[in-house]
Design a protein around this ligand. Structure first.
Ligand code: ADP
Ligand code: MG
Length: 233
């Protein structure tokens, strides 16, 4: 563990995947999806991941986001080998170090925009703290006049802004976005990308899956996933 932590301090790799593979058990069959993945992402990088539908992009994102464990190889997140972490430690890493944004905004329908942003802090029982920060984040994503609106009263782009604000509530250094503009028209998609660019300029590490080749222009680096392996451009 110390060796891995030292390597994090030295190289500042937020993510290191080493000869990582992932298969799913489907009935009697073991179906390989990711075959041999080596990928390092440095602190502060903005990396785009592209690949055909079904190529395993979301599976890869689930590994990086500690939502699942690899079948073989290592997934090292902020210097920690996730194979050596308990479920509680993984949950802490997910909750405090990583912000997730998905294609479907996954907001709670009965809560207002502001309450959706506060939601991840409810478990902390730090009443009041979430609220002030949630308001700041609602401002940051340009929704100051929509804080009290329910998700159904907001456009798709506005809902994704709420989801981004929610992802930032615990001040994560790493943001994982799985096709964040997939349900948005291109103008709205570009507005969302401008928010990610702003977050990147403020020093956050961003890993984004996208189908849209035009959006890769926002990233420092593009990684292609095909047939279970990755290649860089
Ligand atoms: P992408 O995000 O690139 O479209 P996914 O990672 O969602 O691809 O899926 C890759 C492949 O793995 C697909 O064939 C999908 O059906 C399969 N798959 C994804 N999740 C599971 C699962 N939990 N169990 C079995 N197969 C799965
Ligand atoms: Mg996917």
């Amino acid at each position: 563990m110390d060796e891995v932590n030292n390597s994090f301090e030295k190289n500042k790799h937020v993510i290191e995947l080493i000869n990582m593979c992932k298969s799913y058990q489907v009935g009697e069959m073991e179906v390989p999806i990711l075959k041999s993945i080596d990928l390092s992402v440095k602190k502060g990088e903005f990396v785009a991941i592209m690949g055909p539908s079904g190529s395993g992009k979301s599976t890869l994102m689930n590994m990086i986001g500690c939502l699942d464990r690899p079948t073989c190889g290592q997934v090292i997140v902020m210097g920690k080998d996730i194979n050596r972490l308990s479920e509680v430690e993984l949950a802490r890493l997910r909750g405090f170090e990583i912000g997730f944004v998905f294609q479907t905004f996954n907001l709670v329908p009965r809560l207002s925009a502001l309450q959706n942003v506060e939601l991840p802090t409810y478990a902390n029982k730090k009443e009041g703290i979430g609220s002030a920060r949630a308001k700041e984040l609602i401002d940051l994503v340009g929704l100051q006049d929509r804080a009290g609106y329910k998700p159904t009263e907001l456009s798709g782009g506005q809902q994704q802004r709420v989801a981004i604000a929610r992802a930032l509530i615990n001040d994560p250094s790493l943001i994982l976005a799985d096709e964040p503009t997939g349900n948005l028209d291109s103008k709205t998609g570009n507005e969302i990308m401008n928010i990610f660019t702003d977050l990147h300029n403020r020093g956050r590490t961003i890993i984004m899956i996208t189908h849209d080749p035009e959006l890769t222009g926002y990233a420092d680096r593009v990684v292609h996933l095909k047939d279970g392996v990755i290649s860089a451009t």
